[in-house]
Design a protein around this ligand. Structure first.
Ligand code: ATP
Ligand code: MG
Length: 553
C-alpha cells in the first residue's frame, strides 16, 4: 500500500504506514476501551475519532471493548449510554467485546505465570506492599512471600477464586524486578479479591484482574495491532510488553498520545460524577457538562465535535485547548445548518401608528446560507414586540437603533421611523411609536432610504411564549488542573440562567422536526426533542460571535 507522505497527519499515522510498509502488519485493528463507570466526555471523543478515524483512513477494523474489571463502579446504564454516544458521533464498531468475557482466559493466563514462577501470592498488607516497592531513587525490597513455592501460590490463588480468602488478605503479583528504574515493573499487583456484584458476571467472580493485566491481554486476545492510550500510560508500556512476551501472546503494541484538556471544564469521570451526585448539574447529560450527551443536549452536532477533534490534532505533549475553539467549531456548523427565526427576549411594545389593523404575511428566508431551505411567512401587524434595548430615549453617538426621529429597518419587513414613546409611572418606557414606510419592504424596497440599523421583532398577536436556558462555564477558572478535592470552591454559581418567557414568531413552534435554530441577533439555540409536549424549552448552544479566530496558515 502506498501512502502519500503529505496525507499523513500525525505520528500515529506515520507508525501505521511504516508498519504496513515493512510488513509488521497487513491490516490495522484498533479498539476503543471505555470503562463503563460514567458517561463519555469530549476527551473520549478525541480517542474515538482517532481509533475509528484511523480505520476509516487505512482500512481494518475497530473494536468496542468495555474495560469492565472494576465491578464496584460499573453499571449497565453506562454501557448503554456509551454505545449510544459513539453511534451518535457517527461511528460503528466492528464487534463489541467485554474484558469480563475474558475472565476465564485471564485466570488461566495468571495460573500459567505462576507455573512459570513469574507470579506469586503476596499476603503483605497494601501499605507494606507500597513501602516495599521503594522509591524512584531507591530500590524495592522483596516481600517474604516472593519465593514461596509455586504449588503454594497455585493453591492460594484457587482459594482466592473460590471465595475462601477475605478481601484484602492477599493479592497476586507478577515477579518482574524490584530494582527496575520504572516503578510499574516492581512486581505489579495483577489480581485482587473483591466481593462485589459485577454488572455482567454477577457473583461468579470474587477476584478481578488489575488494569495492567487485563488490558494488554484483552488487546492480544482480540489481535489488536495498535493499542492507543493517553500519555499517563507510558510507564505501563514495559509491563504491557512483558506480559505479552512471557505469555507468548499476539504482539499488540501500545502507543500514547496527549489527552484532551479543555479550559473551564474537567475531563475526569470521577470528578464529573461528583457534580452529578452533588446535584451541581441535572445529571450526566446536563447541557453544561462536557459529556457527549451534555453537548448533544446543548445543541452540538456530531460533525462539529468530529471537526473539533480533527482540528486539535494528535500530539505527544499535554496541553490545554481553549474552550472557545470547541464553540468556534459548533458555530461554524450551525451557521450552515441552523434555521433562522425571530425571538424577542426582553419585550418592549412597538406600535406602528400608520398601519391599519390587518395582518400582512411577509416572506423571510429560513437560512440564507442554504437557499434550498426556502422561506417562511412572518405576520406583520400594528403591534409588535421589539427588544427593550433596541430603543433608547437619550442614545449615545453611533446608536443606530430606535430613538425618536431615527429610522431603522425591521428585519425582513419595513423601514420605520420612531415618532414617540410613552413612559410608565416608574419612569420606564412603556411603549414606543413609529410610522412605517410602505415602499421600503425588504426584497422590494423602492424607498431609496438607507438605514444603518436592523432590529428583529415579532407580532404580539401571533407570538408564542417559550422558555430559554442560557449557559455559562461550569467552573470559574480556565486552568482546571488546580482543582483537586476542593471542586465546590471553583464551581460557577451562575452557570445557568433561565428566561421563563421569551416571545417567538409563530413558525418556531410549527417546526416540529427542526432542532437547531439561530435566533436572529441572539445566538444558536437547540430544541431538545425529548421535552414534554406544550412546554417549549430552548437551550442556548453558543453565541453568534466570539473573539476566537483560527490562525491563518
Ligand atoms: P476518566 O479519567 O475520565 O475516567 P479514563 O481514561 O479512565 O478517563 P476510560 O473509560 O478508561 O476513561 O477511557 C477510554 C479511552 O478514552 C482510553 O483509551 C483513554 O485513554 C481515552 N481517554 C480518556 N480520557 C481522554 C482524554 N481526556 N483525551 C483523550 N483520550 C481520553
Ligand atoms: Mg480508566
Amino acid at each position: 500500500m502506498e501512502f502519500e507522505q503529505n496525507h499523513i497527519e500525525n505520528f500515529i499515522e506515520e507508525i501505521i504506514v511504516n508498519d504496513i510498509q515493512n510488513g509488521r502488519i497487513q491490516e490495522i485493528k484498533t479498539r476503543f476501551p471505555p470503562e463503563p463507570n460514567g458517561y463519555l466526555h469530549i476527551g473520549h471523543a478525541k480517542s474515538i475519532c482517532l481509533n475509528f478515524g484511523l480505520v476509516d483512513k487505512f482500512g481494518g477494523s475497530t473494536h468496542l471493548r468495555f474495560d469492565d474489571t472494576n465491578p464496584s463502579t460499573e453499571k449497565e446504564d453506562y454501557v448503554q449510554s456509551i454505545k449510544k454516544d459513539i453511534q451518535w458521533l457517527g461511528f460503528q464498531w466492528e464487534q463489541e467485546f467485554y474484558a469480563s468475557d475474558y475472565f476465564d482466559t485471564l485466570f488461566k493466563l495468571a495460573c500459567h505465570l505462576i507455573q512459570e514462577d513469574l507470579a506469586y501470592i503476596d499476603e503483605s498488607s497494601p501499605e507494606d506492599i507500597a513501602i516495599s516497592k521503594g522509591t524512584p531513587t531507591s530500590s524495592g525490597v522483596a516481600s517474604r512471600y516472593r519465593n514461596r513455592p509455586v504449588a503454594e501460590s497455585i493453591a492460594l490463588f484457587n482459594d482466592m477464586k473460590a471465595g475462601k480468602i477475605p478481601e484484602g488478605a492477599m493479592v497476586l503479583r507478577a515477579k518482574i524486578d524490584l530494582n527496575h528504574p520504572n516503578m510499574q515493573m516492581r512486581d505489579p499487583i495483577i489480581y485482587r479479591i473483591k466481593f462485589a456484584h459485577h454488572h455482567r458476571t454477577a457473583n461468579q467472580w470474587c477476584i478481578y484482574p488489575m488494569y495492567d493485566f487485563a488490558h494488554g491481554q484483552s488487546d492480544a486476545i482480540e489481535t489488536i495491532t495498535h493499542s492507543i492510550c493517553t500519555l499517563e500510560f507510558i510507564p505501563h508500556r514495559p509491563v504491557y510488553d512483558w506480559f505479552i512476551e512471557k505469555l507468548h501472546l499476539f504482539p499488540s503494541k501500545q502507543y500514547e498520545f496527549a489527552r484532551l484538556n479543555l479550559t473551564y471544564t474537567i475531563m475526569s469521570k470521577r470528578k464529573l460524577l461528583f457534580l452529578v451526585d452533588n446535584k451541581y448539574v441535572n445529571g450526566w447529560d446536563d447541557p453544561r457538562m462536557p459529556t457527549i450527551s451534555g453537548l448533544r443536549n446543548r445543541g452540538y452536532t456530531p460533525a462539529s465535535i468530529r471537526n473539533f477533534c480533527h482540528r486539535i490534532g494528535i500530539a505527544k505533549r499535554d496541553n490545554i485547548i481553549e474552550h472557545s475553539l470547541l464553540e468556534f467549531c459548533v458555530r461554524e456548523d450551525l451557521n450552515k445548518i441552523a434555521t433562522r427565526r425571530m425571538v424577542v427576549v426582553h419585550p418592549l411594545k412597538l406600535i406602528i401608528t400608520n398601519f391599519n389593523d390587518t395582518v400582512v404575511w411577509l416572506d423571510s428566508s429560513n437560512n440564507p446560507e442554504q437557499p434550498e431551505s426556502g422561506s417562511r411567512k412572518l405576520p406583520f401587524t400594528k403591534e409588535l414586540w421589539i427588544e427593550k434595548d433596541d430603543f433608547m430615549e437619550n442614545p449615545p453617538k453611533k446608536y443606530f437603533r430606535l430613538t425618536p426621529g431615527q429610522k431603522v429597518r425591521l428585519k425582513s419587513a419595513f423601514i420605520i421611523e420612531c415618532t414617540g414613546y410613552l413612559k410608565a409611572e416608574d419612569g420606564s418606557i412603556k411603549e414606543v411609536y413609529a410610522n412605517y414606510i410602505p415602499e421600503s419592504q425588504s426584497g422590494n424596497d423602492t424607498s431609496g432610504i438607507n438605514v444603518k440599523g436592523t432590529i428583529h421583532w415579532v407580532s404580539i398577536k401571533h407570538a408564542d411564549a417559550i422558555e430559554l436556558r442560557l449557559y455559562n462555564h461550569l467552573f470559574t477558572v480556565a486552568d482546571t488542573s488546580q482543582i483537586k478535592d476542593n471542586m465546590s470552591h471553583f464551581i460557577n454559581s451562575r452557570s445557568l440562567e433561565i428566561i421563563p418567557r421569551a416571545w417567538a414568531e409563530p413558525q418556531l413552534l410549527n417546526d416540529k422536526h427542526v432542532q437547531h435554530f439561530q435566533f436572529i441577533r441572539h445566538g444558536y439555540f437547540f430544541k431538545n426533542p425529548e421535552q414534554p409536549q406544550n412546554f417549549y424549552v430552548f437551550h442556548k448552544t453558543v453565541d453568534l460571535k466570539d473573539s476566537w479566530a483560527p490562525s491563518k496558515s
